[in-house]
Design a protein around this ligand. Structure first.
Ligand code: PEP
Ligand code: MG
Length: 754
């Protein structure tokens, strides 16, 4: 059924007439499948519609037995039609009977048809049905035929959406009783608590015209809308000039996607196949959503989210609605419900109106989450079914710390929530009030408490928290948000800004730590089976010394006239550290030869993340100027438990005797060698763990900004000598449950650990 463009357009035009014509919805659908069979020279055309319970029901057919209509039902995944729905992909079976997934349904009378080709009907990223054609002869369908049927299916999906074929309730099944309160669990992407009102983020833009008469005019409209889109993103960038450099970079990278040639040409092709510009954008977007749900690579998923966000903005320009008008009436305590969120979208809402975000998808590293963090908005992700279970204007209570949301909470739950939001607020105020008090224990032991950072915007927390410096600056985040490797001047500027913001407080820069879960757009890990133990971190930068050298060059230049502290991640062998240190020396020599200014002092340290280093410690301590214990990785390798796998990550406790013993040894050896040692893994920011670390003799801790207030309260309420004696005793008697014992100890000694 090759469909020349003109035939395709004629079919689309007639399709619209048929669906808009008189008669019941069923009669119109019957006429439509007849038309498609006729125009595509197929012996059969059938339309299956998704019903509640993931069942595909034959709704109309030309060619199969009419007795099968509303009788033949296939589960998603069952038979070829079920497979098309399950994979949301077209299927081309020249001989359907030989296909392993084929299921014969005698009532359809399909015995005489050999070949089958079907495409999913997709709307809003969800499969709502399947459109299939069949022929008597065995024949493979050509790509152009598949594409033609996809376009028809897209138009049919839109047309069906406005038709009461099945009740709306059934289309959006609600689990349980819709009016009862219930609780959903997801993944905490940004902590916090909030009470608010559900708002569906980005109501679907309604497309009036689907089929075009004049493709050239549509292409011109597309060009105009693209220009308007680019201008509006520029405006957005300028209107949020107060946001830091990293955020601007995210927006600028996003702006570049608006020029993505592949995206624009796919939309143009869809217009040439007979769709209006709006329908073409929707078709390309739907296709992308399906791909999105199948992509494993988190970076690709994020890029696709960016494109999806752009598609919606483009639709708003094409339909003449501004981005804010699309949000309609917004309550003042909005909790956005979305599948995902583009990097710019949070900023479309007036500041202060969004209390929280619930996403059906989402990952901690996604750009919108980084922005939410900067705006202090709690976010819960991976809430499967949020759209089907939460209705607009439902009251919601978000407890992002515990990754849960209460939908239509009872008065009791609301009461508890109001209390906990108020307590949080009060606690924040208390931390703020104590900001200028020294970090010291009750018995006057001074502790150096620093902050972990990874974005320029994090630097403002130095002042909010009173942190004494940055103990770990993760340099990889700016690399991850760019489409290509930043050059030396770009990096120099960034590091200068970081140092300027830190003022006279020290900053420890960690060189690029990518690979594992942190992927760069321009280096692939080639699908390693075990990326956490694969080509990552120092291993990559040793294999690409030019990258490490350019980073070191930028760090040296940015620190000219001031102190530079730099450390290398994932060192497993002293020889690696020596090699990396030689690169620092080489860069220093290079700068000297160019008569460049050098830092006033250079400290070169190492992370301790790989257990093998423990058995080379004396040599390491001779080579390194300082050590920073990356307990996140160190413990994942020590216990052989993937830190990102919730099934196992909490199986072993950091507060267990082997860990305490190991950390004590590390601290003792560093002290003996006169080398400063800091702990910068997550455990340092948890009051109970931090208390144990003080007991082990650590006096330098670096943690996420949120941990600083609670850790300071803990420090100021503890007596270092009694804690030390207690922790040593726990190790000596190989206590079975140090965590429990330490918590009781804290309670008995009025040490604030929450
Ligand atoms: C660590 O491994 O403890 C660490 C601080 O590094 P990251 O969390 O960035 O891997
Ligand atoms: Mg690490």
């Amino acid at each position: 059924m090759p469909l020349p463009d003109s035939t395709g357009r004629r079919l689309l035009g007639r399709l619209r007439e048929y669906m808009a014509g008189g008669g019941t919805a069923q009669e119109r659908l019957d006429r439509t499948v007849r038309l498609i069979a006729e125009e595509t020279s197929s012996d059969v055309c059938s339309c299956y519609v998704m019903r509640a319970g993931e069942v595909l029901e034959l709704f109309a057919t030309q060619g199969l037995s009419q007795d099968a209509v509303h009788v033949t039902r296939l589960r998603v995944g069952e038979g070829l039609v079920g497979e098309i729905a399950a994979r949301a992909r077209p299927l081309n079976a020249p001989n359907a009977w030989d296909h392993p997934g084929f299921v014969y349904r005698p009532e359809t009378g399909e015995d005489v048809y050999a070949s089958l080709m079907g495409v999913p009907m997709i709307r809003g990223g969800q499969v709502i049905g399947v459109l299939a054609v069949q022929n008597r002869d065995r024949r493979p369908y050509k790509d152009i035929e598949i594409e033609a049927l996809e376009t028809v299916a897209m138009v049919l999906s839109e047309l069906l959406a406005g038709t009461e074929l099945i009740s709306r309730d059934e289309l959006a099944p609600v689990a349980g009783n819709a009016v009862l309160p219930f609780r959903m669990e997801g993944l905490c992407l940004n902590p916090g608590a909030a009470l608010g009102t559900a708002v569906y983020h980005r109501p679907k833009v309604h497309i009036e015209r689907l089929i075009c008469e004049d493709p050239d005019a549509e292409l011109a409209r597309l060009r105009e809308a693209l220009q308007a889109l680019r201008r509006s993103i520029d405006d957005l960038i300028h209107s949020h000039i107060d946001l830091s450099g990293d955020y601007r970079e995210i927006l600028e990278a996003y702006r570049m996607f608006a020029d993505d040639a592949g995206w624009v040409s796919r939309i143009s092709d869809a217009i040439r196949s007979g769709l209006t510009a709006e329908a073409a954008v929707r078709r390309v977007d739907d296709d992308m959503k399906v791909r999105l749900s199948q992509a494993n690579d988190p970076y690709i998923r994020e890029r696709l989210h960016d494109l999806e966000d752009l598609a919606n903005r483009l639709l708003l320009h094409l339909t003449g609605h501004g981005p804010t008008s699309a949000q309609g009436q917004l309550p003042e305590d909005a909790v956005l419900i979305c599948r995902s969120l583009g990097p710019a979208e949070l900023l479309d809402y007036p500041r202060g109106t969004v209390r929280g975000v619930l996403m059906e998808e989402g990952a901690p590293t996604m750009h919108a989450v980084i922005v939410a963090r900067a705006l202090d908005i709690p976010v819960i992700g991976r809430l499967a079914g949020a759209f089907s279970r939460i209705a607009p204007f439902d009251a919601l209570a978000l407890d992002a710390d515990n990754a849960q949301v209460f939908v239509r909470p009872s008065d009791d739950v609301r009461e508890i929530f109001l209390h906990s939001v108020a307590t949080r607020q009060a606690r924040k105020q208390a931390y703020l009030a104590e900001r200028d008090l020294p970090f010291e224990t009750r018995d006057g032991e001074a502790v150096t408490v620093m902050m972990n950072a990874g974005l320029l915007m994090d630097m403002s927390h130095l002042d909010d928290t009173g942190a004494m410096g940055v103990g770990l600056y993760r340099t990889e985040l700016p690399f991850m948000t760019r489409p290509s490797l930043p050059d030396v001047p770009t990096q120099t500027l960034l590091y200068q800004k970081i140092l300027d913001q830190a003022g006279d407080r020290p900053v420890v820069f960690r060189t690029l730590d990518v690979g594992g879960d942190k992927l760069l757009p321009y280096w692939s890990n080639d699908g390693e089976d075990n990326p956490a133990m694969g080509w990552r971190s120092i291993r990559i930068t040793m294999d690409r010394p030019a990258v490490l050298r350019s980073q070191l060059r930028a760090l040296l230049r940015a620190s000219a006239g001031r102190e530079l502290r730099v450390m290398f991640p994932m060192i497993a062998d002293v020889a690696e550290f020596d090699q990396a240190r030689r690169l620092v020396d080489a860069e220093v020599a290079r700068e000297l030869s160019r008569a460049g200014d050098l830092p006033s002092e250079i400290w070169v340290g190492t992370m301790l993340e790989v257990p093998a280093l423990l058995y080379q410690f004396p040599a390491l301590l001779r080579a390194a100027d300082f050590v920073s214990v990356g307990s996140n990785d160190l413990l994942q390798f020590l216990f052989a438990t993937d830190r990102g796998n919730p099934r196992v990550s909490s199986r072993y406790d950091v507060l267990s005797v082997p860990v305490l013993r190991m950390l004590r040894d590390v601290r003792e050896q560093c002290d003996a060698a006169g080398k400063p040692v800091t702990i910068c893994g997550e455990m340092a920011g948890r009051p109970l763990e931090a208390m144990a670390l003080i007991g082990l003799g650590y006096r330098r801790l670096s943690m996420a900004a949120q941990g600083i207030g609670p850790v300071k309260q803990m420090l100021r309420s503890m007596d270092s000598r009694t804690v030390t004696t207690y922790v040593q005793a726990l190790i000596d008697r190989s206590a079975a449950h140090p965590r429990r014992a330490l918590a009781s100890f804290a309670r008995d000694h009025a040490i604030t650990i929450s």
